[in-house]
Design a protein around this ligand. Sequence first.
Ligand SMILES: Nc1ncnc2c1ncn2[C@@H]1O[C@H](COP(=O)(O)OP(=O)(O)O)[C@@H](O)[C@H]1O
Ligand SMILES: [Mg+2]
Length: 322
Amino acid sequence: MKKNIAVITGGTSGEREISLKSVQTILNHIDTNKYNTFKVLINGKEWNVLENEKEHAIDKNDFSFTSNNKKIKFDAVFIIIHGTPGEDGKIQGYLDILGIPYTSCGVLVSALTFSKLYCNRFLNQFGIRTANSFLFKKGDAISSIENQLSFPCFVKPNNGGSSVGASRVNVRNDLNAAIEKAFSVDAEIIIEEYLAGTEVTCGVVDFKGEIRALPITEIVPKTAFFDYEQKYSANGADEITPARLSSAITKEIQETVVKVFKLLGCRNMSRIDFIIKDNVPFLLEVNTLPGLSPASILPKQAKVAGIDLTELFTGFVDQLFV
Ligand SMILES: Nc1ncnc2c1ncn2[C@@H]1O[C@H](COP(=O)(O)OP(=O)(O)O)[C@@H](O)[C@H]1O
Ligand SMILES: [Mg+2]
């Protein structure tokens, strides 16, 4: 009997729309000769499965649904929600309690990598370079860090994504507005050193039993930084794969992404963002559920590497049953 796989999408963060596109890539590339796939849409407390164009409510007691008086259960879950509750460990905890296997990282690794600052502090211990940064919480007084700040600096939500709520701050006068904007997304924000340099991002995948770095992509934004518009609009940043880097820096970044993936204990895939300043790569963040929409970077990097997406994504599901 073919196994039933729930592919869960949606979520409630600013990245919901991207997840709704990414899920299509997954549904198109899980081999349906091997698995039955069902799209499950999560919208706050409302969870629905789509079966032959019909919506059925999910019974959260055992993650099942009923169709024609028949209870249907899932053998495994493919999580493709960016942001909360799919990239931060919450859904993972729920599925652990029910004993249902799932793709991507477990609870701890998801929660750690979702907190940019805590993840970066963890990685610093292993020699991975990141920008100097402060964690700032609602209610903290700016005066406590003010004399340590220099401009330009960068302000972003600690637990965010797709550049939602992020700003470059050139002068002190613009700081409060940037802090407010980041707080509209998250109760914890990061104020960090502005890294002027070349932005790149590099996917890493567990493909056919080997953890492999994909080709690196260079990001050339048309505005101050790689903001939401630049990420997803047709007229957005230029993305050049493979990046125009020396072989030494290419090797350093590709070795770093494999090292970070292993250090953290990531599963299946990740995409890691960097800014190269004066020939030194600084890690910005680790994305454990990178975008997979047609405009997204990881599928393009896989293509350049000659990796077939059906083999890649079906392989992630296969790994749950070995
Ligand atoms: N310290 C920094 N210096 C310069 N630019 C930054 C810095 N941090 C982030 N950025 C810019 O903001 C974008 C979003 O930041 P990132 O940490 O990757 O968060 P996310 O992609 O999850 O929103 C990056 O792609 C980069 O263009
Ligand atoms: Mg990023």
